[in-house]
Design a protein around this ligand. Structure first.
Ligand code: 13P
Ligand code: SF4
Length: 306
């Protein structure tokens, strides 16, 4: 580690201890941030961990919706994000108007909100899900009609496994996963025919159909550890390669295609993490009614995923 990077890391650790802060990071942020975090995980793990900490400050190293989820579940704690401009475009790809429209059309409707969404959308929904628990939670809902927002690809992956439900799709998508192309993935499989293909369900159905395993970032990491294979093709954001390499140094991981990089996750830097710990700016604040209404579907997710 270059000296100035080590100095930054030392200052981050000192401030963290001094202020009783906890650093949580998603697998898509820079390797150094993953390394300094107290917890690294998928969206579900981070939301759950946020409810279990007794720290006074949560520094959520991820995109804005992750900070909002932590705040909604911890209204009395200070939640900081290192880069306020790190926002997930998909989080805005649904509207409260379309939710109201569906509620007026269907009596027996559950609005299921992927956590990759704004707090406003969560507040208008019945239950939140992540890619790690969506199947379990939707299968447990009594309603037949499911309006699944914002991600159409995750919705289709879940809908295919629950034929008794009537899914209503929304046209949101993650631009990073949605840009992974089936013909490019097929070429990667031809080059590595023995390597299982590990796919995130935010990918298009044509890519999901080629997969040996489909799951959240944590699911992908777990599968790679349990499999006897030595080589894997990975169809998700390349930040996961860091944890895969650390945990399984004797295995090899190849991207399914080019450009599997989330520009928003990559806006976070060690300097920004240090700055936010020092000055406590970039605090997540939300209107009281949104905090209250968004907590209900988030807490329902935590209950139903047990
Ligand atoms: P998970 O880590 O929950 O699989 O989420 C993927 C993602 O796109 C987060 O932005
Ligand atoms: Fe949003 Fe996709 Fe980036 Fe995740 S990887 S933050 S879903 S754009």
């Amino acid at each position: 580690m270059p000296v100035n990077t080590k100095e930054i890391a030392d200052r981050i650790n000192a401030l963290k201890n001094q202020k009783n802060a906890v650093i949580m990071a998603h697998y898509y942020v820079a390797d150094q941030i993953q390394d300094i975090a107290d917890y690294v995980g998928d969206s579900f793990f981070l939301a759950k961990k946020a409810t279990e900490t007794d720290a006074d400050i949560i520094v959520l190293c991820g995109v804005r919706f992750m900070g909002e989820s932590a705040k909604v579940l911890n209204p009395d704690k200070k939640v900081l994000i290192p880069e306020i401009a790190a926002d997930c475009p998909m989080a805005h790809m649904a509207t409260t108007d379309s939710i109201a429209e569906m509620r007026s059309k269907y009596d027996d409707l559950a609005v299921v909100c992927y956590v990759n969404s704004t707090a406003d959308l969560k507040a208008a929904s019945d239950v939140c899900v992540t890619s790690a628990n969506a199947l379990k939670i939707v299968s447990r809902l009594p309603q037949k009609n499911i309006f699944f927002i914002p991600d159409q690809n995750l919705a289709r992956y879940i809908a295919d496994q629950l034929p008794d439900k009537n899914f209503i799709f929304n046209d949101g998508f993650c631009h990073v996963h949605n840009s992974i192309k089936a013909d490019v993935v097929k070429k990667a499989k031809e080059l590595k025919p023995d390597a299982p293909l590990l796919v995130h369900p935010e990918c298009k159905p044509g890519v999901v159909a080629l997969a040996d395993y489909v799951g959240s970032t944590s699911g992908i990491i777990k599968y790679a550890g349990e499999s006897d294979a030595r080589e894997f093709i990975v169809a998700t954001e390349l930040g996961v390669m860091h944890e895969l390499g650390k945990r399984y140094p004797d295995k090899s991981f190849y991207p399914a295609g080019p450009m599997q990089i989330c520009p928003n996750m990559k806006k976070l830097t060690m300097e920004k993490l240090l700055h936010v710990l020092e000055y406590e700016d970039n605090q997540i604040t939300l209107p009281d009614d949104i905090m209250r209404d968004a907590a209900l579907p988030m807490e329902k997710m935590l209950r139903l995923s047990k």
